[in-house]
Design a binder for this molecule. Structure first.
Ligand code: NG6
Ligand code: CA
Length: 507
């Protein structure tokens, strides 16, 4: 062997040893977990799910390097119940009071309830939530000028930076831990969901002042030229600027990662995009042919890119499990005249599925889900039936734990499926949008909405009128009701749904 050859051999051997060293180091330290939870993003809204009218290179890069799921679900077709289910591992429809909350609602997850955050905290993670909350705060009659609790910090998070409810609901201020950010005590905040408060004009009385007109609802206090749900006065210095919201919360998410780079962390980054009001920063305004709804999808992708770049810069990408999903299906007109309907063109927000936000059809809860963890996950596409309900127990399994027997009652350990290592997934899954439906194999059974129940009538436009059975293997559009043709299967599924409902738990 020549000297040059011997040097080559030594260098190769040393490189191999070093590489093994890093790999085992990574194995010793559990992965960081970053869960990016977008608002109202539909199955067909991302490039990696077929969209061409918007560009989502950062999200697509997660899909390419990780697992992309084609049958993943949030628990409900609206925000609050999906978030409740995600964090607690329980179907929200089991618990009254978990529907879309006003901005002054009390916290609906009682302190002491095991959550994804408390589970990972027990495993030694530092836990943070940045972005949309919409799970209530306090115990009633919140004073926005004092310490606001209980909230995320009382149910397992070490840090929070929040949009308290939604972008279209007052109060339009950020909360950091227990306090409103930038509040001038001489200008206290008051919030009321019943009757007008303060001197700020309302959208109902002064539509001429609006920079974005409303189509329904959203006619109360005007803040930043946009009228909202609910009345608010004061807190002028603390009010957010919608155009800067993605920058503000993405910046806080990046800071959280930077601050916690040395030990395992869990970041729940709940974006405001692409919920209404859709008000992109000037960098994104007009960048797509779809109008503001398309522009904020690209803003969302930028936010994701900032997180990816931070993980790369800090050399954390390899041992970070990064996941992206949505809290419900897509909606076009959700109360503001922002051209979402007019400029849709051939873009299909729900992909091949029927329905969207508020709907019991697949478009309501079948959402994008991609997961990347370079040290562990091999790139693939998975058609496994997956529910966000299962993240809690799966993350527990990942960190060598099991949730207590009396908690996370509907959360199953589907970790091997989430990592793309198994096609097992769930056997059944319940979809929720006012009414309930059950999925099993190729079948979907939609129970009739309970007669006379609030919401039942409104729901019929978004659901079949009576019980329905669809064969998703041949009818992805859910247009052929087979209840009469397949009574035995319909009865079996109806019974299975009833059993999950009446037993109060699925595990
Ligand atoms: C609805 C709002 C809608 C949106 C939704 C909650 C009206 C007319 N509609 O009541 O704009 O805010 O609540 O969306 O006010 S979610 O994604 O948070 O569930
Ligand atoms: Ca939502």
């Amino acid at each position: 062997m020549s000297l040059r050859q011997s040097i080559f051999v030594v260098v190769v051997a040393l490189t191999a040893i070093c590489a093994r060293g890093t790999a085992s180091l990574a194995a010793d330290r559990p992965p960081n977990i970053v869960l990016i939870y977008a608002d109202d993003i539909g199955y067909g809204d991302l490039g990696c799910y077929g969209a061409t009218a918007v560009k989502t290179p950062n999200l697509d890069s997660i899909a390419t390097a990780g697992v992309r799921f084609t049958d993943a679900h949030c628990s409900s077709a609206t925000c609050t119940p999906s978030r409740f289910s995600l964090l607690t591992g329980q179907y929200a429809w089991r618990k009254p009071g978990t529907g879309i909350l006003p901005g002054d609602a009390s916290l609906i997850i009682p302190p002491g309830t095991p959550t994804i955050a408390s589970t990972l905290k027990t495993a030694g993670y530092t836990t943070g939530v940045v972005g949309k909350w919409h799970l209530g705060l306090g115990t009633g009659d919140v004073d926005w000028n004092g310490d606001i609790k209980p909230g995320p910090l009382e149910i397992g998070f070490d840090y929070c930076y929040l949009i308290p409810a939604t972008g279209d609901r007052v109060p339009c201020v950020y909360l950091e831990n227990h306090r409103v950010v930038g509040l001038d005590p001489a200008d206290p905040i008051r919030v009321n969901y019943g009757s007008p408060i303060g001197d700020d004009p309302t959208g109902r009385e002064r539509p001429d002042l609006l920079k974005m007109k409303l189509t329904h609802g959203h006619d109360m206090t005007i803040l930043n030229g946009i009228s909202r749900i609910g009345y608010m006065s004061g807190g002028k210095a603390a009010r957010w600027v919608d155009e800067d919201m993605a920058d503000a919360i993405t910046g806080k998410a990046v800071q959280f990662i930077e601050k916690n780079e040395k030990a395992p962390f869990f970041l729940f980054f709940a974006t405001h995009d692409i919920h209404v009001p859709r008000v992109p920063h000037a960098r994104f305004a007009g960048k797509t042919a779809l109008g503001p709804r398309g522009d904020v999808i690209q803003e969302l992708d930028w936010s994701v890119g900032q997180i990816l770049a931070t993980l790369d810069r800090l050399k954390l990408a390899d041992n970070t499990l990064i996941m992206f999903s949505s809290d419900n299906g897509p909606v076009l007109d959700d109360g503001y005249a922002d051209d979402a309907v007019e400029k849709l063109g051939s873009h299909k927000p729900a992909g091949p599925f029927r329905g969207g936000k508020y709907s019991i059809y697949e478009g309501g809860t079948r959402v994008p889900l991609v997961a990347r963890w370079p040290a562990r996950i091999k790139p693939s596409v998975s058609s496994t039936l997956i529910s966000q309900l299962d993240f809690l127990t799966s993350f527990a399994a990942l960190t060598g734990q099991k949730p207590p027997a009396d908690a996370a009652l509907d959360s199953l350990d589907t970790l091997p499926s989430l990592l793309g290592e198994s096609q097992q997934g769930r056997e059944t899954l319940i979809e929720h949008a006012g009414g309930l439906a059950i999925r099993k194999g190729q079948w979907k059974y939609v129970a009739a909405p309970a007669a006379g129940k609030k919401g039942a009538k409104a729901n019929t436009a978004k659901a079949p009128g009576g019980p329905a059975l669809f064969d998703l293997s041949t009818d992805i559009d859910e247009s052929k009701n087979l209840v009469a043709e397949q009574p035995t299967i319909a009865a079996e599924l109806s019974a299975a749904l009833e059993k999950i409902r009446s037993s109060g738990r699925s595990r």
